[in-house]
Design a protein around this ligand. Structure first.
Ligand code: TMP
Length: 203
């Protein structure tokens, strides 16, 4: 099974993924934990380029989108597709929904550009996607507590409001695949809710 995790910054994705990973491991399932952008040495290099703050040159929105997909192509070929072919469960911290939410809804790029990339470079979509949703200010204060902010985290609240609205649009369009989790709840409750959905999908 291919499962992805989405949401704006500081909503508790890492904690939830870790707990779900441990849950699968305890069940004796073979499970791969990975992330985007990144997940392979080369894709992690692309991630550094995407997240680093460069005061000398501003990254243009098309470059950002294409780098996300360059990293994704490498990640799919090297990690996701081989793991799925071997019957493993793949837990992926972000996937194509993040490109819609951040690059289309957030940055304002057209859906056509994204569709072109998805149609040509993404052969597999997650069976289940968890969208951890919380008010932007809550997540931003958690992100600030973690330390130095990356290029995305330095964006204004208005950018993240658009990203959140993008996730909401996706959730409304695909309620079967995308499950919204109320990330203002305690980590225990978020995990319990996620487990219920996992059991429904596995049944
Ligand atoms: P992370 O903070 O969850 O590790 O993700 C890194 C950043 O990359 C995050 O701010 C969201 C952004 N991102 C996009 O803008 N588009 C994408 O397609 C992906 C996968 C991530």
């Amino acid at each position: 099974m291919f499962i992805s995790f989405e949401g704006t910054e500081g909503v508790g994705k890492t904690t939830l993924i870790r707990r779900i990973y441990e849950h699968f491991q305890a069940q004796g399932s073979e499970v791969v934990l990975t992330r985007e952008p990144g997940g392979t040495p080369m894709a992690e290099q692309i991630r550094s380029l995407l997240l680093s703050v460069n005061h000398d040159e501003q990254m243009c929105n098309d470059t950002e989108l294409l780098l996300m997909y360059a990293a994704r192509a490498q990640h799919l070929a090297q990690v996701i597709l081989p793991a799925l072919a071997a019957g493993k469960t793949v837990l992926c911290d972000r996937f194509t929904d993040a490109s819609f939410a951040y690059q289309c809804a957030g940055r304002g790029l057209s859906r056509e550009k994204l569709q072109l990339l998805n149609q040509n470079f993404v052969s597999h979509m997650p069976a289940l996607t968890f969208w951890l949703d919380a008010p932007i200010e809550l997540g931003m204060s958690r992100a600030r507590e973690r330390g130095a902010l990356d290029r995305f985290e330095q964006e204004k609240v208005t950018f993240f409001e658009k990203v959140r609205a993008g996730y909401q649009e996706l959730w409304q369009a695909e309620p079967e695949r995308i499950k919204r989790l109320d990330a203002t709840q305690s980590p225990d409750l978020v995990f319990a809710e996620a487990l219920k959905y996992l059991q429904t999908v596995a049944a």
